[in-house]
Design a protein around this ligand. Structure first.
Ligand code: SF4
Length: 159
């Protein structure tokens, strides 16, 4: 009995995820070509980053909506930034951005990435991307849920 409990737990988790996904699916435009996204955490509490990771997990089937998370910025079309812009991460952000091919977009995910959120502007942070760049693509929330992030990405495709 005990030796089957792991498999049963996995099966329950799968069934839960399937049910959860089915009630959250919505109509919307699917990109013509898969959009490769690279995710960078630059500070904050990592809450937004965890929500993006959840979105990239199996429960949401992100690729079905035309997006794919990549681990190398060289392959990325969009850069998703989560967290406030900590001073120690500025060079890393610049390096990642410069590594990405032309036609790239920068998207701030969560309030900290937009304007610094609760971390504001301090000895450790420079606020958010709105002060540093002309980024106009933003997904607000603290944190935005995976569903809200997905809707935000799909809205960006449509507009
Ligand atoms: S917006 Fe909220 S959840 Fe996201 S990194 Fe900032 S404090 Fe954390």
């Amino acid at each position: 009995m005990l030796k089957h409990s792991g498999a049963v737990s996995i099966l329950h988790a799968f069934l839960d995820a399937s049910r959860w996904r089915s009630v959250r699916e919505e109509k919307g435009k699917i990109p013509q070509k898969t959009v490769h996204v690279y995710v960078l955490e630059t500070g904050g509490c990592e809450g937004c980053h965890m929500e993006v990771e959840t979105l990239a997990g199996s429960a949401f089937a992100l690729e079905k909506y035309g997006f794919k998370k990549v681990t190398d910025p060289v392959e990325a079309d969009w850069l998703l930034v989560t967290g406030a812009m900590s001073r120690s991460c500025v060079n890393m952000l610049e390096r990642v951005w410069n590594t990405m091919p032309q036609g790239k977009s920068l998207i701030a995910v969560g309030q900290c990435a937009i304007d610094g959120g609760i971390f504001g502007n301090s000895y450790a942070t420079l606020g958010g991307l709105d002060k540093l760049t002309a980024v106009k693509r933003m997904i607000p929330g603290c944190p935005p849920s995976p569903h809200e992030i997905l809707n935000g990405l799909r809205n960006i495709i449509e507009n």
